[in-house]
Design a protein around this ligand. Sequence first.
Ligand code: TRP
Ligand code: ZN
Length: 881
Amino acid sequence: MTSQQPQVIRREDYRPPDYRIEHVDLAFELGAEETTVRSRLTLRSDHERSQGIRPLVLHGEELDLRAISLDGEPLPDGAYSLDADSLTLHEPPEAFTLEIETAINPKANTQLSGLYVSNDVFCTQCEAEGFRRITYFLDRPDVMATYRTTLRAERAACPVLLSNGNLVEEGDLEGGRHYAVWEDPFRKPSYLFALVAGDLACNERVVETRSGRPVRLRIFVEHGKEGRTGYAMDVLERSLRWDEERFGLEYDLDLFNVVAVSDFNMGAMENKSLNVFNDKYILADPETATDADYAGIETVVAHEYFHNWTGNRITCRDWFQLSLKEGLTVFRDQEFSSDMRSRPVKRIQDVRRLRAAQFPEDAGPLAHPVRPDSYIEINNFYTATIYEKGAEVIRMLHGLLGEAGFQKGMKLYVERHDGQAVTCDDFVAAMADANGVDLERFKRWYGQAGTPEVQVNGCYDAQRGSYDLTVTQTTRPTPGQETKEPLHIPLAIGLLDGQGRDIPLTLGEGPASDTLVLPLCEERQSFRFEGLPKPAAVSLNRGFSAPITVRAEQSGTERAFLMAHDSDPFVRWEAGQDFATALMLEGSEAWRAGEEPSVDPAFIEATRAILTDSRLEQAFIAEALALPSEDYVAERMEVVNVEAIHAARGALKRALAEALRADFAQLYERLHDSAPYSPDAEAAGRRALRNAALSYLSVFAEAEPQERVRLIEHYRQADNMTDRMAALRLLVDLDLPERQEALDDFENRFGDDALVMDKWFALQAVSDLPDTLERVKALMQHPAFSLERPNKVRALIGSFIAANPLRYHAADGSGYAFHAALTLKLDALNPQVAARLLAPLGRWRRFDAGRQEKMKAELQRILAVPKLSRDVYEIASKALG
Ligand code: TRP
Ligand code: ZN
């Protein structure tokens, strides 16, 4: 906790460290309420000392300093000073060892940063700045050292003792204690340090790297949960293989350990050879995990594994470069899943996610570039912009250079920078140098915030047989960036003829191709294509080649045509989303005017055509049937009207359900699966489509008993969590006795399973019934709920705040008041999680005057509290503007 007006950290102020730490020798005497940490640092000065000897300033937070000595001699009082977040040695020698003993209280650590206890397991989380909560240190990523770590603990409570690297020694101690010594031969920054100690079960598999070295893979979980680690283990092995095959990158140690814990601030952490996971991203079996959970496990296990090269071997110089490792590693995990599953479906899901999380960020008060210029609390910058937009920037590079060129760039990047802490510029330079291209203009993507809007106008000249495309790009101002420069946007396009075939296109001297990538570099550019028949439709941003919003005057007929014919699956899906969005915007207007909305029959027919096209993948059809979210439509409104959007979306869903009822019913029957559950992409696609059909049919459940029966029977007969959740998701919106029956049954079945209970909390929080907030408040008293457990908070409260716009934005301001009170309570326990949930309150500018006032008042109420964390202070103050 800090007082108000905390310090702003700026990228331009970066200076290399004055001292380097070459080696760290740590010894932990583990106790839940008191752990002592002895640290011996081998230091050397790294500045011009003839100009004056600079002090050594070590970071440290909430540490109890017990002893300190230099080269074996206790330090006299005058040689150092201490304050709340640092320890300063006034005039250290040129090269020396420093021994420091500190004590900490892991049990009292509710922030879950540093060393803490989760279900009796000791574990650490050091990214970004948690190591300083363990011992005094130069806790910055450009200080890289080798580590030797000794752990001592009670053998009965902690039979498993783990840290980074290789186990070099272990044995018994007196008094029922034992010890283990770990040595990590690779230099690393402190944020990659980890230890785990506890009573854990383990699943083990030995695999061979491509050069024939055996690697022991181990996944540690609570006893009794080993049976749920099989899928994660398979993913880990596939990740290892894939990184060798596609990136030529091999694992570098004999051991790779993964530990799943119940309490964790994020998804998982890539500590060198000791990944620590939120158990949500490890544990899965058909009864307790959904297809989406399996996909999430695939993503996160691969992501953390891939960090071994992109993050650990080559790390960030400073935290402004966070996307160097995160954007690149997200790109890699996306590619991995695309290679494992359906590439088009994965692309659609990734774009959906980008639009749901990153576009609003880019359009709001917390907008920041992929490489930010300043921050108050770095933990607030693990954002969709750093991760997902960062991955889009890498993907554009991949598109510009091609797979071979991109891999050439990767190879040079690794050759040049292995073992170093580097910048985003270094990465782009490797890409440019390996390919002999100039990426200077492209680099603006790293420095400029905001989502570019690209306006496209097409014009056909029948006489000349030529087609002109005029393209303009604009980016709206974002906080701190009033004026914007044009970016290098690779815009992939195609033209369709009257039969829906691609018209081959050429640009300048280039070869003819069905898809052309227009290199947009200026504010306004025109492209002419000659010798063409009249195009029936333009296909824009194929494959989502750039993270932009495209604006084009398109009629319903053109959209329906693209939905039916485009050779690019992304645009086929996109055209449907655009069409549905337009209809919902019209529907919202109609609702406000008290009129009946009308639905363009062309949309219904185009949807029917997709539904019944047997050549399409089932997972794709399911994506095409999923209407854009209420939040997505809201982004397109001048002033957001949550009730109108909710009504319009409901009306559109009902119109589709009525018109296509027979198709949905038939699909539902036909896709019934009698084979045992398998999480593979094809089976998941079949379930997704069948559950989409069920979702449309549920529209009739309130009025028609037989549809009610279908729904509750779907719940009752489900032999897997995907189907069970699908039914329950629909039931929670219905004010029927079946709702409570299913919720009670679910609680009875899974009451002992923390992860499954998270689903139960989340579903109730997203219900559109009017008493949802009251239910959420009541559920906070449920014995399975706890404010100290991030998974619970995210499931119940996070879902209400971020995924229930109708009830969160209740006109009386009750949702906002609840949010503010909760923020203050949570801030005292876990500032990272409190701050992460805060963004929706910062979106006040998008709403009507009444809501604006209420939202701002709550932000002010938060800021008026004297002992706010830096985390919440930064978000709340920036949100208020
Ligand atoms: N580096 C982690 C990842 O992307 C993110 C992470 C895990 C994290 N735990 C954290 C970031 C705690 C900030 C704070 O995989
Ligand atoms: Zn990561």
